[in-house]
Design a binder for this molecule. Structure first.
Ligand code: OSB
Ligand code: MG
Length: 369
């Protein structure tokens, strides 16, 4: 496959409601949509670097020059036999995994379409539907939170994840457990706590949480192992895991017993597969996290989650949970049984809606061989 043209599209998607976490309030989501053309086929990917360096050091304005100055020149005009072949030269760039993942995703879509196969099947997916959950931002009161939870359960979501932050944690968990004793529930702290909070987490240890996501430092593996030893509830790492090597270190140290795989955070589907395979070989459950993606990124997450080791519901929700309109047709919906159907068409299996893409575009730049 010869790569003839690559386009970067800076998009800004307005959320239907503010998303509040321990990191702050998000009103909209800026990402980079990446289009790759080769031999008459078009592939699409999404880089989940955001407008702000709060979840990750990467932003749209760091990913863009890494793509335009390094990854794109190393890819354009070249002929590759596979995605693995194309990304080999990128190892020279340290970090910048969200930049890499966006371009890699577009190449996966391109190769899958060229072979007339779905992305899910090319990645090694086995399921035709994936179990999905919802991530609920911090609400201003427990009654508000309970009504949100109730609404999402009625839509079919199989598990609820709530964001927590110091002072907005135990009351929320206890409040939900009182009203919904049996639902599948987990919490995400986005690194807002320290080991001084061990008593707080112990106080949740009887609430049958599936997991506690990223309670401590965003780059920490060691201190999470101290916390995990004090708890029966599994710790799950998100921010701290950037690679298969990080995953191995975390599992060897017993820093967590579950891994959240986000393809953007770990540098793409290739690294995601390695983490998945390692966890599967050690019977460690994984699930697919989300970064409030448009339908382009969401399609990739759904395909990845169809791999057999993804045994817990993902943060993969319906398009309408996030945005008034999606930039793909058809938009993603949740089945009444709390699953999402894995597209079977070539590549990502959904069509980019060019009119809607234009509506959310801030700037674009294209590169030709
Ligand atoms: O920590 O998982 C997270 C969104 C943006 C950045 C980080 C996180 C999240 C979410 C939302 O929790 C997941 C989603 O529904 O896309
Ligand atoms: Mg998280």
């Amino acid at each position: 496959m010869r790569i003839d043209r690559i386009e970067l599209i800076h998009v800004k998607l307005v959320l239907v409601s503010p998303f509040v976490t321990s990191m702050g309030v998000e009103l909209d989501e800026e990402h980079i949509i990446i289009r790759v053309d080769g031999e008459g086929v078009t592939g699409w990917g999404e880089s989940v670097a955001e407008g702000t360096p709060f979840y990750s050091y990467e932003t749209v304005s760091t990913a863009w020059p890494v793509l335009s100055g390094f990854l794109i020149p190393w890819t354009l005009g070249k002929t590759f036999s596979s995605v693995g072949d194309a990304i080999q030269s990128w190892e020279k760039v340290r970090g910048h995994r969200m930049a890499k993942a966006g371009l890699e995703a577009a190449l996966w879509d391109l190769f899958a379409k060229a072979e007339g196969r779905s992305l899910a099947s090319l990645l090694g997916g086995k399921k035709d539907r994936v179990d999905v959950g919802v991530s609920i931002g911090i609400q201003d009161s427990v009654p508000h939170l309970l009504s949100k939870v109730d609404g999402y359960l009625k839509e079919g979501y199989q598990r609820i994840k709530i964001k927590i932050a110091p002072g907005q944690d135990l009351d929320l968990v206890k409040g939900i457990r009182k009203e919904f004793p049996d639902i599948r529930l987990q919490v995400d702290a986005n690194s807002a706590y320290s080991l001084a909070d061990i008593p707080l987490f112990k106080a949740m240890d009887d609430d049958r949480l599936i997991l506690i996501e990223q309670p401590l430092g965003y780059d920490d593996i060691y201190f999470h192992s101290k916390l995990q030893k004090e708890l029966r509830t599994p710790v799950c790492l998100d921010e701290s895991i950037h690679s298969e090597a990080d995953t191995l270190a975390a599992l060897e140290l017993d820093s967590c017993r579950i891994i959240n795989i986000k393809p953007g955070r770990v540098g793409g589907f290739s690294e995601s597969k390695k983490i998945h395979d390692l966890c599967l070989s050690r019977n460690v459950p994984v699930w697919c996290g989300g970064m409030l993606e448009s339908g382009i990124g969401r399609a990739g997450n759904v395909a990845l989650a169809s791999l057999p080791g993804f045994t817990l519901p993902g943060d993969i929700s319906a398009s309408k949970k996030y945005y008034a309109f999606d930039i793909v047709d058809p938009e993603f919906t949740v089945n009444p049984d709390g699953t999402m159907t894995v597209p079977t068409g070539p590549g990502i299996g959904v069509e980019v809606n060019m009119k809607n893409l234009d509506r959310v575009t801030v700037t674009r730049q294209y590169f030709t061989a």
